[in-house]
Design a protein around this ligand. Structure first.
Ligand code: KG4
Ligand code: ZN
Length: 470
């Protein structure tokens, strides 16, 4: 019986030696008993996740019985998910049947409001201060201890290296102490897959528009771990544009800029200021928000808006002007999404004619106006829109735990780390980590993609933080 098994994602760097592998295999034996009620798939090379895998072991003597995955519901799995890729420290416990046993998020919004962006060293410090408490609270709320867990899932990228490291160290510490397998999760994959937690009818293949502070992605999800990137941003993501607009308009940033703009835009006239829609001349599915940001900044300057006067103290005329700018910005920012989605649906249906759903997820997807506009696009194209509830659109631990469950079910996980793993070990963190393969026909001649895959304001910070990793 030729069984194969992959250690994936959370491998330590550099690649382990043969003696390390033998030690690892020994460690798997007691784990097998722990996992015995759980099914895991023998993986053919076609089912391997193209996102990852440094190290493969072709024959695994301890894991994986061939089985029919649909005959194995695995509802009893209990997975702890940990998320620290940017400015939220989050943890959650989720059951294999999708039941959310607990969800805890500690936000650094006050720091963000104070400094107007994410400073990696400060963000790391803030994660370090709360990580133990957040994880403990997630376990307590779920009325469980570490001993009740089946596995731990943790975000390993993309994001800030220093921040990712806090979550990964915590996850490995628990996994090592309690002999638990561990699943390294792609943050954007988690934003997409969490839609399957609520919407059980959402089968592959489906499309996803992932819109957050650092990413703007249009993907075709063909299967678990098999993604085609139809479009991405060539500069800023839409969330960054919301955040900067909110800052320049003097809005309250404590809940981040997006919700503040959404609220103020309801008071404004969305057609009062004529911003131009980005990249109209480029017939592809890529995005650009840097130019729109500049248009907004110039409009704010020409209206002499003083951002040091908070909106709560502005005169009614001043408030009205700010609301008009917020509404006009939001209209054009979302028109850009609509236009790209129309084209992406056309492309996706050519590749996979059976696509029926467009998932919209990531922080910006909690916006009601965004949802309503995109709903019209999918309806025009006879598809269905699936948006996770707002608390699962913004960064959270549930999406990480759920993505862990999806991967664990098909045998994609790493064995428990040693319980005495040294603190200064080099983890496999992936600050830059593309999701899937780029659709060749979708390449834009407009793009300078070298710096486009991450939040531009984070580029230098990420470089600095990855240099600081031991
Ligand atoms: O996914 P997320 O929580 O974190 C990242 O992975 O970046 O997304 C955060 C982004 C921020 O830019 C925030 O302003 C935006 O999502 N956001 C919103 C809304 N809620 C959060 N943007 C527009 N409208 C909202 N209601
Ligand atoms: Zn996110």
């Amino acid at each position: 019986m030729a069984l194969s098994f992959r250690f994936w994602r959370l491998n330590l760097l550099p690649k382990p030696s043969l003696s390390h592998l033998q030690t690892t295999l020994k460690a798997l034996k007691p784990l097998k008993q722990k996992l015995s009620p759980i099914c895991s798939l023998p993986m053919s090379s076609s089912s391997l996740n193209p996102l990852n895998s440094h190290l493969s072991i072709s024959k695994n003597p301890t894991f994986s019985e061939p089985h029919n995955p649909t005959a194995c519901p695995q509802d009893d799995l209990v997975v702890l998910g940990i998320e620290t890729s940017c400015d939220d420290t989050a943890a959650a416990v989720v059951r294999g049947n999708g039941e959310i046993l607990s969800q805890v998020v500690s936000s650094q919004a006050d720091l963000l409001a104070q400094y107007g962006g994410v400073a990696p060293k400060m963000a790391e410090e803030a994660h370090l201060q709360v990580i133990d408490q957040v994880v403990q609270e997630a376990l307590d709320k779920a009325k469980l201890t570490e001993r009740n867990l089946s596995a731990i899932a943790v975000t390993i990228g993309p994001g800030l290296g220093l921040c990712l490291r806090v979550g990964v160290r915590k996850a490995r510490k628990i996994a090592g102490s309690f002999n638990l397998p561990i699943i390294g999760v792609h943050h954007m994959e988690a934003h997409a897959l969490v839609a399957r937690l609520n919407e059980r009818e959402l089968q592959f293949p489906f499309m996803a528009l992932l819109i957050s502070g650092g990413h703007n992605l249009l993907i075709l999800a063909r299967d678990l771990g098999q993604y085609i990137q139809l479009g991405t941003t060539i500069d800023d993501a839409i969330g960054e544009a919301y955040d900067k607009t909110a800052k320049w308009l003097g809005l309250d940033l404590r809940r981040s800029g997006g919700p503040a703009i959404e609220e103020l835009a309801r008071e404004g006239d969305a057609k009062s200021i004529k911003f131009s829609i980005p990249m109209k001349q480029h017939k592809d599915c890529n995005f650009s928000y840097a130019g729109l940001k500049t248009q907004v900044r110039l409009a704010i300057e020409s209206e002499n808006i003083n951002a040091t006067i908070p909106i709560s103290s502005a005169s009614s005329e001043d408030r009205r002007t700010r609301a008009d700018i917020a509404a006009s910005f939001q209209r054009v920012a979302v028109l850009h999404l609509e236009e790209r989605c129309e084209r992406a649906i056309e492309w996706a249906l050519k590749i996979e004619p059976s696509v029926k759903y467009l998932v919209v997820s990531g922080g910006v997807a909690s916006n009601q106006y965004v949802r309503a506009q995109l709903d019209q696009v999918v309806q025009r194209n006879s598809l269905r829109l699936v948006c996770p509830p707002p608390s699962l659109c913004t960064d959270n631990g549930v999406m990480v735990a759920w993505t862990g469950i999806e991967n664990f079910r098909i045998g994609r996980f790493d064995p428990p780390p040693p319980s005495d793993e040294p603190e200064d070990i080099v983890y496999d963190l992936r600050p830059r980590w593309p999701l899937g393969e780029e659709y060749a026909e979708g390449r834009s001649e407009a793009r300078s993609m070298k710096t486009a895959r991450i939040h531009p304001s984070l580029t230098s910070m990420i470089q600095a933080s990855s240099q600081q990793q031991p």
